[in-house]
Write a protein that binds this ligand. Sequence first.
Ligand SMILES: Nc1nc2c(ncn2[C@@H]2O[C@H](COP(=O)(O)OP(=O)(O)OP(=O)(O)O)[C@@H](O)[C@H]2O)c(=O)[nH]1
Ligand SMILES: [Mg+2]
Length: 173
Amino acid sequence: MAQIYESAVSVQSHNKNMTDLPRLAAQLIKAGHPLELMDEDAAHVPLIWVSAVLHELVKILGDQRVFVLSVLGIQSSGKSTMLNAMFGLQFAVSAGRCTRGAFMQLWRAKFEKKITELLDDLVKNMKRNLSELLQLQNTRENFDRKARQKEYNEKLFNLSKELAQELKGKNTD
Ligand SMILES: Nc1nc2c(ncn2[C@@H]2O[C@H](COP(=O)(O)OP(=O)(O)OP(=O)(O)O)[C@@H](O)[C@H]2O)c(=O)[nH]1
Ligand SMILES: [Mg+2]
């Protein structure tokens, strides 16, 4: 499609079918199909085509935030495996080289929900940690109080013992 469109543009063709091509490609991208950004066999990036498709895609998507994540790496370094694992995509994975060129794919993410879930988890964890901390503090205070009470009782007992002995001594004098 890229070659046909760029040829048509180069001869200034205003054929409606030709000018419709980027819009059709943008619809395919929105439906989840990948777009070839670079044809590695020809070592060529069809800039006119890619720009026209992206322009149409922006029109279709409207005022939505689009984050771009680029993954570059040497052959068979696990780029596709990582993207598939992260986003549930279906890029071909193979021990030998399986991708030629560069592709882009649109992935719809519901970040708001994810952020809410993350925040909920964070708050839950924080609450759990805080209650564990309070429990620990209470146990320690309890323990300290008991230890202090025991110490006080022993002191009292010893003092009364000493007093009793002293009194006994005085009585026998
Ligand atoms: N041991 C190990 N193998 C991996 C890992 N990630 C991917 N692989 C394997 O490495 C091979 C290449 O993985 P791909 O995901 O196809 O690599 P790629 O970078 O997309 O390759 P090209 O698109 O051909 O450049 C596959 O056999 C994967 O199963 C990893 O973390 N550990
Ligand atoms: Mg790959």
